[in-house]
Design a protein around this ligand. Structure first.
Ligand code: IMP
Ligand code: MG
Length: 422
């Protein structure tokens, strides 16, 4: 397999977990390069449902090397829980998972600060997953974070943690929050550090050996383009680069070693948390929730839903350099009579064919819609392009064209077998 960067082309939850799992069959190595356990990648294998937060979905296939890169922020206690959870259901996690020694560590004070800042923001809150992601990346940028290499060095860790707890307790007190016990945090993190020591390594040199060998590497993106810290709807974003460039900085594999970018998108739009969502629509949200769809994998929150927004996905193609598109959740539209697709935004007299940077403008924008006839036939049993109803094929072709990239995969359900290569 060509070295492939996979990104979410919308607001996250595009169904990346499943597409990664399918593409992993051809890959040798799967790498996570950004985000933390705010992500929730759901994969079904037969009837068994797996939700992965930190570990690359590649772990579910035999003989694949999984890497948590330097760009990820790691909650070590959460990671141990995830490894244990997988082992309990018979998934081998031994010699096939590596964690970067320069990945930053998420601490309980990051989670607490995440929660406190949200409270302080009141109605302007971001709607974070409260996993401490923003404060952890904040410490990284401020050069006051601790890294996995510190965690696994017991003596150094104790000393550094003591200072960090002291400092952060002052901040927590100023928020009126409860200070943390150094002893408790230290005990829990020491235990996690001991457990994780065999996994922690120099993943940059490891990946370069892979590149030299000619292995196929899949870079698995988390979250989506419009949650990117630079290119998303700031400040309603996550704290990492979710776009394709993040795969390079978050792994140490250079841009000229990358061959291809795959963008994953839903046949409609969803978003969890606050922030503008131009095509949001209550009817489609009610319909999808009534079908039992669109509840967050990490927090269980019902996702906000809307029509497909091709202004957004075209923008995603531009900033990620998307070559190929994987469209998921097509079956979610099976019962809709007339499907709308946003082809432009209007703010009063001003028209936009790109996503404006000012989120106050974006929040005011009214979508301009094109309409497509629904196919009103179940699609979940389709196994080839020809099996899809003609109206579904036209719709998919249209949204790929509007998104300015090639249609590569059409997915009609969570199962591996519900994947159509176009
Ligand atoms: P944070 O990443 O927890 O700071 O949350 C920031 C924003 O990103 C919130 O709107 C979250 O709902 C959203 N978010 C974070 N991770 C994911 C994800 O994996 N899928 C979808 N939305 C996410
Ligand atoms: Mg998700």
């Amino acid at each position: 397999m060509a070295n492939t960067i996979l990104v979410g082309a919308q607001w996250g939850d595009e169904g990346k977990g499943k597409i990664i799992d399918v593409l992993t069959e051809q890959a040798d190595v799967v790498v996570r390069t950004q985000g933390g356990n705010n992500a929730g990648h759901t994969v079904f294998i037969g009837k068994q449902k797996y939700i992965l937060h930190l570990i690359p979905s590649g772990i579910l296939r035999k003989k694949k090397i999984c890497v948590i890169g330097n760009g990820v922020v790691v909650d070590p206690v959460g990671l141990v829980g995830e490894i244990e959870g997988l082992r309990k259901i018979g998934v081998k996690v031994n010699g096939n998972l590596y964690v970067s020694e320069t990945a930053h560590v998420v601490f309980p004070y990051h989670r607490e600060l995440d929660a406190q800042r949200e409270v302080l923001k009141g109605k302007n809150k971001i709607g974070t997953t409260k996993r401490g992601i923003g404060p952890a990346y904040g410490d990284k940028a401020a050069r006051v974070g601790l890294r996995m290499i510190d965690l696994v060095n017991a003596e150094r860790f104790k000393e550094k943690l003591e200072a960090k707890i002291k400092e952060n307790n002052e901040v927590l007190k100023a928020f009126g929050a409860k200070p943390l016990s150094f002893k408790e945090v230290h005990a829990a993190y020491r235990k996690a550090g001991d457990y994780l020591r065999p996994f922690v390594t120099n993943t940059v040199t490891l990946l370069h050996e892979s590149v030299r060998r000619g292995d196929g590497i899949l870079f698995e993106g988390a979250q989506g383009t419009f949650l990117d810290i630079d290119h998303g709807t700031y400040p309603y974003v996550t704290s990492s680069n979710t776009t394709a460039g993040g795969a390079c900085t978050g792994s140490g594999v250079a841009p000229n070693r990358m061959d291809r970018v795959v963008g994953v998108l839903k046949a409609y739009t969803t978003r969890v948390g606050e922030g503008p969502l131009p095509t949001e629509n209550a009817e489609i949200a009610d319909m999808l929730h009534a079908m039992g769809r669109e509840f967050g994998a990490t927090t269980g929150r019902p996702r906000r839903c809307g029509w497909f927004d091709s202004v957004a996905t075209r923008h995603a193609t531009m900033v990620n350099g998307i070559d190929d598109l994987a469209v998921t959740n097509i079956d979610g539209l099976d019962t809709v009579e007339t499907i709308k697709v946003c082809i432009g935004y209007r703010d009063g007299k001003k028209k936009y064919d790109y996503v404006p940077n000012d989120i106050e403008v974006l929040a005011r924008c009214e979508p301009v819609y094109a309409e497509f006839p629904g196919w009103r036939t179940p699609t979940h049993n389709a196994r080839s392009w020809k099996d899809l109803p003609a109206k579904a094929r036209s719709y998919l072709k249209a949204i790929a064209e509007l998104s300015d990239a090639k249609l590569f995969i059409a997915s009609v359900g969570p199962g591996r077998e519900q994947t159509i290569f176009v």
